[in-house]
Design a protein around this ligand. Structure first.
Ligand code: OGA
Ligand code: MN
Length: 216
């Protein structure tokens, strides 16, 4: 482990993440990343959003479709080519190791994209994964908005169950706050944002090559 990841992902933080996921299926972390890194990522997101982000789709691969009734944000997948994106992915891979050591989840891949919600953008209620149809297990969202005010909207709303109307939790997209939750368990939505809102949404998946168990 590098010096950076050791000071950022202490045993105490990793225990807290693992214990919270076990107890309630999700965890909220304040001041998650080293501040410099969060700042660099926010600048990167803002700069690239001007030219490189694409209107987000829903579904994957051949099922992919644009659906502006469901989501209106724009996204860009992070790559390992350069800092600060590479540093973020590396740290999230250390987090994966720490969680795997504690919970034996067998998380394997990590993929993530920047999201940009402009004024008026939203993402209606959805699940990031459907049982048996995806290998996404844990969703991670890290927010990059300095001085976010409550009247700017854009909250992430988590629901405990698909049929629930009452939210389980409402999370304002404050700078360097991170939310991690079980992808198949929590329906969630992003309320209409009244200002530019930046985040990194990521997913830990199970290995695609894992054996598939069938009932006889
Ligand atoms: C997503 C998502 C939430 C957020 O991209 O799937 O739910 O708060 N994002 O940005
Ligand atoms: Mn989502």
């Amino acid at each position: 482990m590098s010096k950076l990841s050791k000071t950022f992902l202490t045993d105490q933080v990793l225990d807290f993440v693992a214990d919270s996921i076990t107890a309630q299926g999700y965890v909220l972390l304040e001041d998650f990343l080293p501040t410099d890194l969060a700042l660099e990522l926010s600048i990167d997101a803002e700069t690239l959003s001007k030219t490189k982000f694409k209107t987000a789709g829903i579904g994957r691969n051949e099922d992919k479709q644009l659906n502006n009734d469901i989501r209106t944000d724009s996204t860009l997948w992070l790559t390992k080519k350069m800092h600060p994106q590479s540093t973020y992915i590396t740290l999230m891979e250390y987090l994966k190791q720490g969680v795997n050591q504690r919970l034996f989840l067998g998380l394997s891949d990590f993929e993530c994209h920047f999201s940009h919600y402009r004024r008026g953008d939203f993402y209606r209620r959805h699940l990031d994964a459907f049982k048996g149809r995806s290998n996404r297990l844990l969703s991670t969202i890290c927010y990059l908005n300095k001085n976010w005010k409550s009247n700017q909207g854009g909250e992430l709303v988590l629901y405990a169950n698909p049929q629930d109307l009452e939210p389980l939790s409402k999370v304002s997209p404050d700078f360097n706050r991170c939310v991690i939750f079980l992808s198949e368990v929590f329906p969630h939505e992003v309320l209409t944002s009244s200002s530019d809102r930046y985040s990194i949404a990521g997913w830990y998946s199970l290995n695609n090559n894992m054996p598939v168990y069938v009932d006889y």
